[in-house]
Design a protein around this ligand. Structure first.
Ligand code: COA
Length: 533
């Protein structure tokens, strides 16, 4: 009875146009992802291989259980900055000996694997995810430490990396370091702080100060191996728990450490058969219009993402611009909130607040599907209390304790981004489609507002208004805001956990739900702030 019927006409010209626009954006995205995969480029990759070493992603592949997925996080970190795309580190979640683990791997082909400000942000985000979901972490270390020219940005905040490792350990979340190469100075505290340490023979270099620094400081003559080699740490200092003869041996030993963690998820995996959606997920490419001003029905997306396309809609006749309802995804129960017509009115906000309370009463995770231009403005709506109703929704989202997942499908503007659990509202995971755009408001609206303000200011001073300059300024501002609203730009700043192919949405969300069920959670029963009625 609650299985969604689809009205998507795959032979219609708008479907074809939407699909082409989405494929074009996916193509562009592919090129950006390729930059992260290329690491430091051919010269440094070749040199690394000639040294008999594996690349960061090859190390991860050998670590993971064969034929299991790797949910890479923040692959576009540093996009649009002065640093290479990917931020000289790979982070993600993969399965090792049946255990979902958070993995970080330095990319030594990018400036010696040194950490720049974006590497730090990426590592911090990975830690947040690992800690919220109680994931054992494995760190594949080979790094030149701090990126020296940007030390002022990273030295002081970067200390938190080591604090996070020991706090994870204190919380009973296992941490494993596998050292493949350089891990000196501050970097030495990565193995120093981890529960389990593996080092590779004649490769690992773990010391507070290398031979030149020691010579300068004390006059002592020394060499890398005696100061910080794997053999010394395994036999003499005791910093290494396991001595690996080569890289594959180190990864095999890391798997063996995980096998003996006796790690148990907080909840069992869903039992029973899981029904696939009734409609082809490939059709997710043709739903969002290239022009986000044109609305689309998010039920067409829900029908291609949830189990059996079964969506039990809550209050379908009330506040119809926001669809809310219950479903299952890969066997996990979820509550879905999806923008239907872009704008959020008072009714939608109240409905959302009620729905979020229900999910908290029932301990059901929430999925927010964004396509909103924000809360409605105008005299009628202000007088109708749109602020207090929007505040109700934001209160509910902020104080809700069930895990939240957000997917930006289209627009995610203004306070609508907040009410729909945008980045600052700590969803466990937030992914964007290539069609997504997020900003304080749309580019034209923002440029128009600036122009009205400038005109009023000129008038107040009794000055003439330069219409030509105004048109030029508006065009420039529109262009700037458009560029800053795009998914690669926002992903580069780590405002999401990655830009995904719409066709992968069900798989990605299924992986996230499985990850979430590592940590116990309970909805809030009476902990909301004062709801302004
Ligand atoms: N900050 C900024 N750039 C760095 C860097 C760092 N910490 N470490 C390496 N690089 C750069 C190098 O300048 C070089 O750039 P170039 O090719 O444009 O000249 C590139 O990364 C590769 O370095 P290279 O020394 O050729 O690589 P390697 O694999 O032979 O050695 C290291 C790698 C990390 C062992 C070596 O570069 C090193 O000792 N770096 C300094 C480590 C350090 O003292 N860090 C501070 C700790 S807090």
């Amino acid at each position: 009875m609650t299985v969604l019927a689809s009205a998507l006409d795959t032979s219609a010209t708008d479907y074809t146009a939407n699909r082409e626009a989405m494929l074009g954006k996916l193509d562009e995205l592919q090129q950006e992802h390729a930059k992260a995969l290329a690491g430091g480029g051919d010269k440094y990759v070749d040199r690394h291989r000639k040294r008999g070493k594996l690349l960061a992603r090859e190390r991860i592949e050998l670590l993971l259980d064969p034929d299991t997925p790797f949910l890479e996080l923040s692959p576009l970190a540093a996009w649009g900055s002065d640093y290479p795309v990917g931020a000289s580190m790979v982070t993600g979640i993969g399965v090792v000996e049946g255990v979902e683990c958070l993995i970080t791997a330095n990319d030594p082909t990018v400036r010696g694997g040194a950490s720049n400000p974006w590497t730090l942000k990426k590592a911090f985000r990975a830690h947040e995810i690992g800690s919220a979901n109680r994931l054992p972490s494995i760190h594949l270390v080979e790094s030149g430490g701090a990126d020296l020219p940007s030390q002022k940005e990273i030295f002081i905040p970067g200390g938190a990396l080591f604090k996070h490792l020991t706090q994870s350990s204190a919380a009973g979340i296992p941490t494993v370091a596998v050292v493949f190469g350089n891990s000196t100075a501050g970097g030495a505290y990565v193995p120093g702080m981890c529960d389990h340490v593996i080092m590779v023979k004649e490769r690992a270099k773990v010391f507070l100060g290398g031979p030149p620094l020691v010579k300068m400081a004390t006059g002592e003559e020394s060499d890398d191996e005696s100061l910080g080699g794997a053999e010394m740490h395994a036999r003499t200092s005791g910093l290494a728990d396991y001595f690996a003869v080569d890289e594959p041996d180190a990864l095999r030993q890391a798997r063996s450490v995980v096998r003996r963690l006796n790690w148990r998820k907080a909840y069992p995996n869903p039992s029973g058969p899981v029904a696939s959606p009734k409609y082809d997920e490939d059709e997710l490419l043709g739903i969002v219009p290239g022009d986000l001003k044109i609305p689309f029905d998010p039920r067409e997306v829900i029908a291609r993402v949830v189990d059996g396309s079964d969506f039990d809609e809550f209050k379908p006749l009330y506040g119809a611009s926001l669809a809310t309802g219950w479903a299952e995804l890969h066997g996990y129960p979820i509550g879905v909130l999806a923008n239907a017509q872009g704008v959020l009115f008072s009714e939608e906000s109240q409905k959302a607040a009620q729905f979020i309370q229900l999910a908290n009463q029932r301990d059901i995770p929430l999925l927010f599907l964004h396509n909103t231009t924000g809360y409605m403005v105008g005299k009628e709506y202000e007088q109708g209390g749109i602020i207090k109703h929007g505040a109700m929704m934001i209160n509910a989202v902020s104080n809700s304790k069930v895990p939240h997942l957000s997917v930006l499908m289209g627009a995610s503007y203004g306070a609508g981004h907040y009410g729909m659990c945008g980045r600052a509202y700590d969803p466990r995971f937030l992914f964007a489609w290539p069609s997504a755009k997020s900003a304080v408001m749309g580019p034209q609206q923002l440029a128009g507002v600036l122009s009205i303000v400038a005109r009023a200011s000129a008038q107040a001073k009794g000055q003439p208004y330069d219409e030509e300059a105004d048109a030029g300024l508006r065009a420039m501002v529109e262009q700037q805001i458009e560029a800053e609203s795009l998914p690669a730009f926002l992903s580069g700043r780590l405002y999401d956990d990655g830009v995904i192919d719409p066709r992968d949405t069900r798989t990605v969300l299924g992986l996230c739900l499985s990850v979430i069920h590592n940590a116990p959670y309970a909805g809030v029963r009476d902990g909301f702030g004062v709801f302004r009625m």
